[in-house]
Design a protein around this ligand. Structure first.
Ligand SMILES: Cc1cc2nc3c(=O)[nH]c(=O)nc-3n(C[C@H](O)[C@H](O)[C@H](O)COP(=O)(O)O)c2cc1C
Length: 170
């Protein structure tokens, strides 16, 4: 099984988990680098809210060498990030198994999962599952942030799930 792990991370938590997942599954990491560093949280939030794309630095949409593609994004105001929007609107996922991982400060966000799932399906992907992971608490409203160790453990757990035979949802 050749696995590509595509992720965007502004403050590092998605990256920590992506690295642990890639290590656990023996996969290839590909970071989506937003040309806009998104230091202004208000404009970052607005871009996500209006489902804008991002201009990516050196984008690579070729997934032809992989049978499984993991797409990891933080949730911003109940939406995928602009970088994830760009990738998911461009990549051809036909014939690919797709696992979606969304990080947020709060628990499950069904609207976001359904949106991410629809986006991957619209590009031809066979969605194995959508996982919501507790990441960093940036607003101070949702309790403590996940620690680096917790994020690594979840990444390793997702790798275990991916290594199992996939005749069921992951
Ligand atoms: C602009 C902005 C909006 C956010 N909106 C949400 C949200 O609607 N729901 C949520 O659970 N977390 C939200 N978060 C928290 C992030 O999703 C969370 O901190 C995540 O772990 C960040 O990932 P990163 O460290 O890889 O950038 C938001 C963070 C930012 C910066």
């Amino acid at each position: 099984m050749q696995t590509l792990i595509v992720y965007y991370s502004r403050s590092g938590s998605t990256r920590t988990m992506a690295i642990a997942l890639a290590h656990g599954v023996g996969g290839t990491l590909r970071e989506l680098v937003d040309a806009n560093a998104r230091t202004n949280l208000l404009t970052a939030a607005m871009a996500a809210l209006f489902r804008r794309p991002a201009r990516l630095f050196n984008p690579d949409y070729d997934v032809s060498g992989y049978d499984t593609v993991v797409i990891m994004t933080p949730i911003w105001v109940g939406n995928p990030t602009p970088a994830a929007n760009t990738f998911l609107r461009t990549v051809n996922l036909t014939g690919k198994k797709v696992l979606i991982v969304a990080l947020g400060e709060s628990g499950e966000n069904l609207a976001t999962s359904s949106r991410l799932e629809q986006m991957a399906r619209a590009r031809g992907g066979q969605v194995l599952g959508v996982h919501h992971i507790h990441g960093l608490n940036s607003s101070g409203k949702a309790g403590p942030s996940a620690t680096a160790e917790e994020l690594q453990r979840v990444g390793e757990h997702l790798a275990d799930l991916l290594r199992e035979p996939q005749d069921h949802e992951v």
